[in-house]
Design a protein around this ligand. Structure first.
Ligand code: GRG
Length: 300
């Protein structure tokens, strides 16, 4: 039976919680900790990366890796690297020069808790750390796999920057739905695609399986962004742990289509994402299917 449309299925909740606990430990162990004079930078990195967030991207990496029987310890390193990039993008997104947000993950954003210069440096250092982790033979013994991971992640970071540029341009001009889709594919979709495909790269999966996961990620990423727009339009800051209504002056799926159409588009994308998983044996991808449904119904 399909899980309730209101919340994550119990098995998904349990798996996500388990993933969150383990990834928290991996993230903590990978972050620098020292009493050197530059320590405030490391403290700021910990502030940005620990103790918050749904950890959806690490979960995608871990589930994708499980499909191909990848060693979870290796997959967790890649999951942490992806989360470091995500945290980096959130820190820079909150800066006064970008979205100028005071609240992130239910606490003061990094530049409020520290200062702007420290926030810029901590973001940069998180990105460097992500690539350092992927370049380490502990992540995979085959250098071709490591290079492919790094190259894909670099593409996702480029996407974040391009998407953010479009986001800024979109404050001054109205975009059509094609440009909004491109913006979101770059800003959110490319990193999600990396996360969904990373397990296939680590497991040296065949091209057909990789393509299926790529297609899954494409639709899931767009559905995720449409629901993000809906939550920004409808949710409260307390519920979301970040300011809402921020997108009022931006071109979003909701501004282009209205709430009803946007919700229908998200539902269609979620159904489509699940269809792409047909190439896998029943059972192996159940949690990825649950994740798609959860993205549609999430409230945070
Ligand atoms: C060069 C990495 C880099 C960034 C500079 C600022 C910027 C360019 C890009 C902004 C990218 C950005 C903030 C995208 C928003 C993506 C998004 C929907 C974030 C919310 O994700 P959730 O809901 O958040 O998974 P949690 O807190 O649960 O992890």
């Amino acid at each position: 039976m399909a899980p309730s449309k209101r919340e994550a299925s119990p098995r998904l909740q349990e798996a996500m919680e388990d993933c969150r606990d383990k990834i928290e430990k991996t993230i903590s162990s990978l972050l620098p900790q020292t009493d050197l004079p530059e320590m405030p930078l490391y403290d700021a990195m910990r502030y940005a990366a620990l103790g918050g967030g749904k950890r959806l991207r690490p979960f995608m990496v871990m589930e994708g890796a499980r499909v191909f029987g990848v060693d979870p310890a290796r997959a967790r390193r890649v999951a942490a690297a992806a989360e470091f990039i995500h945290c980096f993008s959130l820190v820079h997104d909150d800066l006064p020069a970008m979205d100028d947000s005071d609240l992130r993950r239910g606490k003061p954003s990094l530049h409020k808790a520290y200062d702007e210069a420290t926030a810029i440096l901590a973001g940069d250092a998180l990105m460097a750390l992500a690539f350092e982790i992927l370049a380490d033979p502990e992540t995979h013994e085959d250098p071709r796999v490591r290079v492919e991971l790094m190259s894909n992640l670099a593409g996702a970071v480029g996407g974040l920057c391009g998407g953010q540029m479009l986001d800024i341009i979109g404050e001054k001009q109205e975009f059509d739905i094609g440009t909004i889709s491109r913006l979101q594919r770059l800003k959110t979709g490319r990193l999600i695609a990396f996360c969904c495909e990373a397990g296939a790269i680590l497991g040296k999966a065949n091209p057909a399986h990789r393509q299926s996961l790529r297609n899954y990620a494409h639709d899931l990423g767009l559905a995720f962004q449409v629901t993000d727009d809906l939550l920004d339009a409808e949710g409260s800051a307390t519920q979301m742990g970040k300011p809402t209504g921020q997108d009022a002056k931006k071109s979003t799926f909701v501004s282009a289509m209205g709430i009803e159409q946007a919700r229908m588009r998200a539902e269609m994308l979620v159904e489509q994402s699940i269809m792409h998983l047909r190439t896998f044996d029943e059972g192996r991808v159940d949690l990825l299917k649950d994740l798609s449904r959860y993205v549609l119904e999430r409230r945070v």
